[in-house]
Design a protein around this ligand. Structure first.
Ligand SMILES: Nc1nc2c(ncn2[C@@H]2O[C@H](COP(=O)(O)O[C@H]3[C@@H](O)[C@H](n4cnc5c(=O)[nH]c(N)nc54)O[C@@H]3COP(=O)(O)O)[C@@H](O)[C@H]2O)c(=O)[nH]1
Length: 763
């Protein structure tokens, strides 16, 4: 056979040359093996015999595309004795044959080979096969094309593996893109059905309670059958799937008709002409059973090893899909719910308020937001610990949820803050306060945590759409504002928002800003009010009293700004400033040669409760160089009574520093005599209110006398404040009071004036 390839391109010439040289080598090999077969006819016989041994298809066709030579592989696969003289039209369906014919005619017409073509054919046994084929022109000695030579190789397995890979990749992509689980399941089942002949797949899931069958997908299984098995309780003999889920292991039923596992359900399966059902559990990464992947077959029997391997892949992918969906669902849940109480959270509130507003607009109606804050929750947290605080929140949340109507929602904003959304208008004659009463009452029911029983109340602020705000943040801010007002008026109350409230809050905010500025720009200063020993007549101490030199309002008294400073937390830095300034001033008086006196500084509750308060007192003393015995801290009765245990501890630490402690405003609080005994204080200060009507008011006279006696019984010194008259002084001296403070001696004065006063009395 001679070859003329000069007219072909390089690649094509190479391929053709390879094929031709392979034939030549084949012939040379035949000549080497059979040197004695010299005659051409004999050589042809040997050559054909050799060609028949090749497992790939090898053939030669003439110009009309009829087989001239065809090896055994192609002949047998076509179910023939010989293909010589036949065309593809006699072997394949019309469309396939036409495709082959057109390709081959093109090769003959152009003289160009066609290499590595992939074609799908059906063999004589009816099996679909994928073939990789190359076809090349064959020329005679004159270079004329006289036919084609073709080779083809069965690549069905490789194609199946490729399609399986592609299918898996597509499935993983679907999972990654979060496509619906039923779509992923259906694609998975179709993939397996495409690779396992004559089976119908199904995926079932296990219900969240771990007890019931839930349909996943079964694109080719009878829908009526699927409906009938939905919700069945899994168990030791519940067909293949119910049993596989129950056992957590594959259940291969080769014959549904006889297998006892199907006793109660075989009529269902036989109704859809299924004779075998093989079910494998789908598991989570940690091994939890999530569902089953099952294959139904019309024939009795067991799955092949290949099928079992494929299903292994399928259950793995189904497990990933379900776990991902569960993770997605739980992320969604967490994004919209509070983990502690299980109530919806702020993001859910936004959505619900938006749709409640929409509904109100549609009906021309309204909706209401109630902002709820537990009263003194911090106290529970601080005194009983965070565990108790968390428990309380859970209990209260459940109680509130139990009180609201199905159409309303309750949300935890965070901490001890909740919001109730009341959709729609109130009923005729019903006020919002009535609607919220049951919630307040439920909250106020006694709570028992860790063996301790106590009660909490709550304060509520209400804002109504559309009167009080147009959107969720406006409504929430206004309900919050109203809630603060409810706290201000004594807690355990409901306050509906009003625009006057908003003005007040705005004003407050402005004053708060002014306070900040005052601190930054040192607009504060101290005045000092002398305290006199009634026996010696000596000024032995002064009380430091803060003042604010406001740029527009002039001197502002502490009674006006201390409560706001306490509320906003600014009392911390303001109190520090007072303490440091008073210590520095006292030291300065000492350094100026005056006899040492004690400076008394007021301490607010919030300051006193700060964790590092004692350290801050120590720092003020150290910084000023003042000895601790020349500093007295005035604590009010009510401050101490907020948390007696804690207060006594802090007082002892202060006592260890060496500072004096006094109880201010004595008589206005509720200190019990037993607790008073435990306070390491040196002085009681009779409140001004009991002094101002002395000596005329017999009640006040009795109280003042009693406080003096009580103080002395406890070995405390007693000072009376607000002494304005000689008569008051005389009465107090007569009653045994040790010391006095008041306008009668001196109004609060600045440091220079006090220095002069001290100098006058001492020098
Ligand atoms: N936490 C802090 N509280 C402080 C500080 N400085 C003052 N205060 C507290 O503010 C309240 C008002 O104080 P103020 O306007 O300074 O009034 C004090 C005296 O001026 C007033 N006083 C004294 N003598 C008389 C008198 O004869 N008549 C009369 N009508 N008033 C008099 O009494 C106030 C002192 O009270 P007290 O502290 O209870 O001794 C007041 O509660 C201050 O405590 C501060 O720096 N921090």
């Amino acid at each position: 056979m001679s070859t003329q390839l000069s007219h072909l391109g390089n690649d094509e010439a190479d391929a053709t040359a390879r094929l031709m040289s392979a034939s030549e080598r084949l012939m040379a090999e035949a000549a080497r093996l059979f040197p004695l077969a010299a005659a051409q006819s004999e050589r042809t016989i040997w050559l054909e015999a050799m060609i028949d041994e090749v497992p790939d298809y090898l053939y030669f066709k003439d110009l009309s595309c009829r087989f001239v030579v065809a090896n055994r592989a192609i002949t047998a696969d076509n179910g023939r004795e010989s293909l010589v003289g036949l065309s593809d039209f006699e072997l394949h369906p019309e469309a396939t044959a036409r495709h082959f014919f057109n390709t081959e005619q093109e090769i003959i017409r152009t003289g160009r080979p066609m290499l590595d073509m992939e074609d799908q054919i059906r063999d004589a046994a009816g099996n679909l096969k994928w073939m990789l084929s190359s076809k090349l022109p064959v020329r005679n000695g004159n270079g004329e094309v006289i036919g084609i030579v073709g080779t083809a190789r069965d690549i069905t397995e490789r194609k199946l593996a490729e399609s399986l890979h592609r299918g898996q990749a597509d499935l993983l992509k679907m999972i990654a893109l979060g496509e619906p689980l039923t779509d992923v399941f259906s694609a998975l089942i179709l993939l397996i059905e495409a690779h396992v002949p004559d089976v119908t797949g199904s995926i079932l899931r296990l219900s969240p309670d771990g007890r019931h069958i839930v349909n996943g997908a079964a694109p080719n299984l009878d829908a009526g059958y699927c409906r009938l098995i939905e919700g069945l309780e899994i168990g030791p003999t519940v067909g293949s799937c119910g049993t596989a889920m129950w056992r957590g292991e594959p259940v291969i039923v080769a014959d549904i008709e006889t297998d006892p596992l199907w006793a109660d359900f075989r009529h269902l399966a036989l109704g859809i002409a299924s004779r075998a059902c093989w079910s494998w559990p789908i598991r989570s990464y940690q091994g939890r059973v999530l569902g089953t992947f099952a294959l139904y077959s019309r024939e009795t029997g067991e799955p092949s090893a290949e099928c079992t391997k494929l299903v292994g892949m399928a259950t793995h992918i189904a497990g990933i899909a379900i776990e991902r969906k569960e993770a997605e669902d739980s992320i969604q849940y967490m994004a919209h719910h509070d983990t502690l109480t299980g109530l919806p959270n702020r993001s859910m509130l936004d959505e619900r308020v938006a749709s409640a507003i929409e509904a109100a607009d549609d009906r021309g109606g309204s909706m209401t937001l109630a902002f709820i804050d537990l009263d003194n929750f911090k106290l529970v947290n601080d005194s009983l610990g965070h565990h108790a605080g968390d428990e309380l929140l859970k209990i209260v949340a459940a109680r509130m949820q139990g009180c609201i109507r199905a159409s309303d929602s309750i949300v935890r904003l965070g901490g001890d803050e909740f919001v109730i959304l009341i959709s729609g208008a109130m009923r005729r004659g019903e006020a919002v306060e009535d609607r919220l009463r049951s919630v307040r009452e439920a909250v106020a029911e006694p709570v028992e945590i860790d063996g301790r029983s106590f009660q909490v109340t709550c304060s509520m602020g209400v804002a109504v759409y559309p009167e009080h705000g147009r959107n969720v943040s406006e409504l929430l801010a206004r309900a919050d504002m109203a809630m603060y007002r409810a706290k201000e008026i004594g807690r355990d109350a409901v306050q509906v928002f009003t625009f006057e409230l908003a003005d007040r809050a705005h004003e407050k905010l402005e004053r708060q800003e002014e306070l900040r500025r005052a601190l930054a720009q040192t607009e504060f200063f101290l005045q000092y009010q002398p305290q006199m020993d009634l026996v010696t007549g000596r000024i032995f101490a002064v009380e430091a009293l803060i003042r604010w030199r406001h740029p527009e309002r002039g001197i502002v008294s502490p009674g006006e700004f201390i409560p706001l400073a306490e509320e906003t937390g600014l009392i911390g830095p303001i109190g520090d400033w007072t303490l440091r300034t008073a210590c520095r001033q006292n030291k300065a008086w000492q350094l100026s040669g005056l006899p040492p006196i004690v400076v008394s500084v007021n301490v607010s509750a919030r300051q006193f409760q700060e964790r590092d308060w004692v350290e801050r007192v120590a720092a003020a003393l150290e910084e000023s160089g003042l000895e601790a015995r020349y500093l007295e801290l005035e604590l009010t009765e009510s401050l101490i009574m907020e948390d007696v245990q804690q207060a006594v501890e802090t007082m002892h630490r202060l006592e260890q520093l060496g500072v004096h402690l006094a109880i201010d405003d004595f008589g206005t609080g509720y200190s019990s005599l037993s607790s008073l005994k435990r306070f390491p204080v040196g002085r009681l200060k009779i409140d001004r209110s009991f002094v101002q009507d002395l000596p005329g008011d017999s009640d006040d006279a009795a109280i003042a006398t009693a406080v003096i006696s009580l103080g002395h019984l406890l070995q405390l010194r007693v000072i009376a404040e607000g002494v304005e008259t000689r008569e008051q002084l005389d009465f107090l001296r007569e009653a045994g009071c040790d010391e006095i403070q008041g306008y009668h001696i001196s109004r609060p004065i600045d440091a220079m004036a006090l220095q002069a006063l001290l100098c006058l009395s001492e020098c």
